[in-house]
Design a protein around this ligand. Structure first.
Ligand SMILES: Cc1cc2nc3c(=O)[nH]c(=O)nc-3n(C[C@H](O)[C@H](O)[C@H](O)COP(=O)(O)OP(=O)(O)OC[C@H]3O[C@@H](n4cnc5c(N)ncnc54)[C@H](O)[C@@H]3O)c2cc1C
Length: 383
């Protein structure tokens, strides 16, 4: 049986690895439009400032694929799927046949629909090729940067840009810091720790009107209430699933490629996993969820019937000397806060009306993170 996997991310890698460990016979090939083997995508933000060893960056060395008889076709962009003849068309013009297909095409950065997003100097960081472009800009001496989007990724990126010698303005539409990962009280605590960092300006509750340009190059960002000068504008304002090729092939798509709990799409023999998939109505956009879907997809591609079970995926961040962890639901019938301002620690636990732990936020001291995460009541068990 020929299994084709589209995408060079963690979902694709996990699927291929698990297929090989479960079946000696299946022929499995990863087709990725990227020029490099699957790597730990979250490391891209750090890589803007520092070189990581290959062992830290790549999920496995290149030799792993040959040793495990996993075909790895790099620089191959899937352009079309003929679901009747089970034929894949790539930009190279060389087609491929599949018996079963896994779409693990991930997502792309969303660019807010305002003027100037096409100017030279406006970019995002999603793939290895983006990292190379960003590094080239920084090597060329860019010094004033704006980051549109103050989420986890935006803050990580801001730190790397500061370390590369830029002055950085982070522009966030929400009036709160990290609204998906912190509640108001915790956001206030973290914000105090981030205030006063040299060359870093955080602007909240700001809407971007346009990226201003001169001679085709970005020179700043115009906000509803002012401007900020920038030769480099990094867009980190959320992601959208890569669904275009699937949709054009008639595979039902919504925000993502629609899949049931066993990751089956609406077309026989075609599965979806990771950021590109909308599983039982939910999209995740998280590394651990994509990894877990990849291994579940492997079993289903081989004919088993194993559902993907979602968990309370935590958020972790370590920027500007502040470590934070949050998991579960960040509001409840009751909460309990302890903090030590001198030590820079904060801990907030959220309980439901039966006094069961449903979420937590830790700042500064994360030693309890794993224990608390394991105690959080899964969503399906909540009343
Ligand atoms: C800078 C950065 C930091 C992040 N930090 C975190 C974090 O701290 N925690 C966390 O949980 N998540 C984080 N994420 C998100 C996480 O990386 C993703 O959720 C995860 O990588 C999704 O894995 P995936 O395999 O579904 O897709 P992806 O990793 O996006 O891989 C998709 C692959 O498909 C390829 N592809 C797309 N279309 C085609 C096509 N037509 N033909 C061939 N190949 C194609 C792409 O080139 C890519 O290689 C971060 C993401 C980024 C970019």
């Amino acid at each position: 049986m020929k299994i084709a996997i589209i995408g060079g991310g963690v979902a694709a890698f996990e699927a291929a690895k698990n297929i090989r460990s479960l079946s000696d016979e299946a022929e499995v090939t990863i087709y990725s439009r990227e020029a490099v083997p699957p790597y730990r995508r979250p490391a891209l933000s750090r890589m803007a400032a520092e070189e990581l060893a290959d062992a830290q960056f790549y999920i496995k060395p290149a030799s792993f694929y040959a040793e495990n008889r996993i075909g790895l076709e790099l620089g191959r962009t899937l352009c079309a799927i003929d679901t009747k003849t089970k034929t894949l068309t790539f930009d190279s013009g060389v087609p491929a046949h599949y018996d079963r297909l896994l779409l693990a095409t991930g997502s792309h950065c969303f660019y807010p629909p305002v003027p100037g997003m096409d100017l030279d100097g406006v970019m995002s960081l999603r793939e290895y090729a983006d990292l190379q472009k960003l590094r080239a800009r920084l090597d060329a001496g860019v010094k004033r940067a704006a980051v549109i989007g103050g989420g986890l990724l935006g803050l990580e990126l801001a730190q790397s840009l500061l370390e590369r010698g830029c002055t950085v303005t982070v522009i966030e539409g929400s009036s709160l810091l990290l609204p998906r990962n912190l509640d108001e009280e915790a956001a206030g605590v973290v914000l105090k720790r981030l205030a006063g960092i040299d060359n870093l300006t955080l602007r909240f509750g700001c809407s971007v009107k346009e990226v201003a340009g001169k001679d085709g190059r970005a020179v700043g960002v115009t906000l509803a209430d002012g401007t900020c000068e920038a030769d480099l504008v990094m867009v980190s304002a959320g992601v959208r699933a890569n669904i275009e090729v699937a949709a054009a092939a008639g595979i039902p798509c919504n925000r993502g490629i629609v899949a049931d709990s066993c990751l089956r799409t609406g077309v026989a023999e075609i599965y979806a996993a990771g950021d590109c998939a909308e599983v039982a109505g939910a999209s995740y956009g998280l590394y651990d969820a994509a990894r877990s879907m990849g291994s579940v997809a492997a079993r289903n591609l081989l004919g088993e019937e194993q559902p993907f079970v979602s968990q309370a995926y935590p958020a972790r961040l370590s920027v500007f000397g502040v470590k934070l962890f949050s998991a579960g639901k960040l509001a409840g019938a009751r909460s309990e806060t302890t903090q030590d301002a001198a030590a820079g620690t904060f801990r907030k636990l959220f309980y439901d009306d039966s006094n069961r732990l449903i979420g937590c936020i830790l700042v500064g001291d994360l030693r309890e993170a794993v224990k608390l995460q394991s105690q959080i009541i899964p969503v399906r068990e909540r009343a």
